[in-house]
Ligand binder design. Sequence first.
Ligand code: ARG
Length: 471
Amino acid sequence: MSEPRDKPLTLWGGRFTGAPAEIMRIINASIEVDRRLFAEDIAGSRAHTSMLVAQGIIPPAAGNAILSGLDTVEAEIAAGTFRFDPALEDIHTHVEARLHELIGEPAGRLHTARSRNDQVATDFRLWVRTALDRLDGEIMALQCALLDKAAAHAETIMPGYTHLQVAQPVTLGHHLMAYVEMLARDRGRARDCRTRLNESPLGAGALAGTAFPIDRFATATALGFAGPARNSLDAVSDRDFAIEYLSVAALCAMHLSRLADEIILWSSPAFTFIRLSDAFTTGSSMLPQKRNPDAAELVRAKAGGILGALTGLLAVMKGLPLSYAKDMQEDKPPVFAAADGLALSLAAMAGMITDMTPDEAALRRAAGAGHATATDLADWLVRRLGMAFRPAHEITGRIVRLADARGCALEALSLADLRAIEPGITEEVYAVLGVENSVRSRTSLGGTAPERVREAIAEARQRCLSQPKLG
Ligand code: ARG
């Protein structure tokens, strides 16, 4: 038997005589990933230490030595002077090993009444909680960019689409506000997720609780949790907080991918609805004329990775028996990758929205093509001639067919042409055939009339900015 090491290489070496195979060490190690949990790990250890002292489980002198040692470790990691050693398994081992170097014997008391199972579950919840708080602010920044652009274009007319076919004219402001609403729901989901995850696993031990007289309320409160998680088996083995975070992220990324796709379409030569500046486009190494919307394409693609992170973690967790299993170590890479991808996507999207210059003439022209006011004509027949909507729809269809045959817009047909199809039509009908009038008439709640859009912007601005800050 060798002497106990003063610097433990593992937190579990006592019953082992042989060393792990190199490949065992490599597959087991998580330090390259979980080093991102260092601040949370140290916060958890501080709360745990203070509680152990308060409960008389470790002597105050040991507690003080641990707390000041943790300060040093944290400062070293934050300053980048801390030496990460690939031979030390994870962040928990690193912090404790360094604590041993710094303070010696009392470091061995830190892990009393604690397991890495409740420790990592606590660290990770804290990390995801901070990620949710950050996400709320990042989404709000994009909402602000959209609100500003929408306000500048509350009256800018563009074609509204269904099936990517011109359907009815809308305003660009109205279109952009649709995304503000989606993002508001994303923020709501993030808040719901935060509320559900905010329970402390610390004190659940390896799986069964502990015989030490710990105070789980004290550690929960110290870490900003609403209270302790109620079941120790669940506390160490639940990862649905991470899965829920990923589903919040995946939904938000899906929304961003739709907006990204519209930016890609709109900036293409086929549409020319918007122009992105050099700041958000790239060139081609072979085709000198190209201005590619790469940032938008990457946002569109990153949604795929984030969705993959969600399904990946669901697949890792599916079918795992209670309680902890090392499978769960694979929970962090998808969450970290999704958080990074989403933060980048949101920032790039806010940048593109602010950067883009709509081509109002092109938008207006496109709104005028495709008989976007055909519904207005049918509605006029209903309102003015007292027709039922079905025959009005049929007559309008015949008029559209005539305009197509002539290769002209509805308002370019002569009154005689219109009356040949429906004798009741009068000169007045031309007022509803223009896209401006069409848009102005859509005054129903949630409609595209500029006055409604301006109200919606003011209301949303108030709603989005008045959310209490998380964290
Ligand atoms: N690195 C581990 C994880 O992320 C920490 C918990 C290890 N627990 C254990 N009993 N091996 O899940």
